[in-house]
Design a protein around this ligand. Sequence first.
Ligand SMILES: *[C@@H]1O[C@H](CO)[C@@H](O)[C@H](O)[C@H]1NC(C)=O
Ligand SMILES: *[C@@H]1O[C@H](CO)[C@@H](O)[C@H](O)[C@H]1NC(C)=O
Length: 209
Amino acid sequence: MPMPPTVSSLSVVIIITLFLLLSCDNNHYYPGNITILPVVSAMKLVVQRVKSASVSVDNTQISTIGPGILALVGLHVDDTTTDLQYCVKRLLNIKLWENESGAPWRKHVKQLNYEILCVSQFTLYGTLSKKYQPDYKLAMKSESARSMYSQFLEMLREGYTESKILDGEFGKMMDVMLVNDGPVTLIIDSREDVNGGKDSTVVDVDSSA
Ligand SMILES: *[C@@H]1O[C@H](CO)[C@@H](O)[C@H](O)[C@H]1NC(C)=O
Ligand SMILES: *[C@@H]1O[C@H](CO)[C@@H](O)[C@H](O)[C@H]1NC(C)=O
């Protein structure tokens, strides 16, 4: 009979396992054939419920909205139209507002005639280098991202109304101002189903809101 593992040998095993997990590439397996679900990442939206928001370029305001959503939009190098569709559907249907009798999480933008301001944001795919400098190799390259991002806006307008979908300016330095209402901020990842996650991850919701 083998000796039962002691606490310290167990913790060594745990530390080694963690080390292997952390040092492993997402899509690889570590010795022993324990399968790790590949962590696929793709299009990412940071969805913020706002009382108002605006974008300025060179100190000139180019877009402004009242109540609605400010969405930071990050495109991953692997994104396809399917990812766009996934995000469009969720952005137009996410229920961030209360209904007439005050029950929370019941109404989406379209039901309230609210607006959506999208801001392209490749830095969502920044990873830190050893020198703690952000590295954007996972973000879609500029020209493909530009056309995919405008396709995304087109799809949102088709799914809602032209005038309700506003935009920053792709590729420009922008000043983004917002009044986050709650705060309520969620992250939508177009491959979260693949990753075994739920529809979205609540990052910061003030429970008293
Ligand atoms: C892992 O699985 C492969 C294919 O099933 C097999 O050939 C290999 O021997 C396994 N490795 C270990 C360490 O079990
Ligand atoms: C708001 O939602 C609650 C819970 O679903 C429901 O009981 C209530 O009737 C709704 N109010 C209105 C005005 O629809």
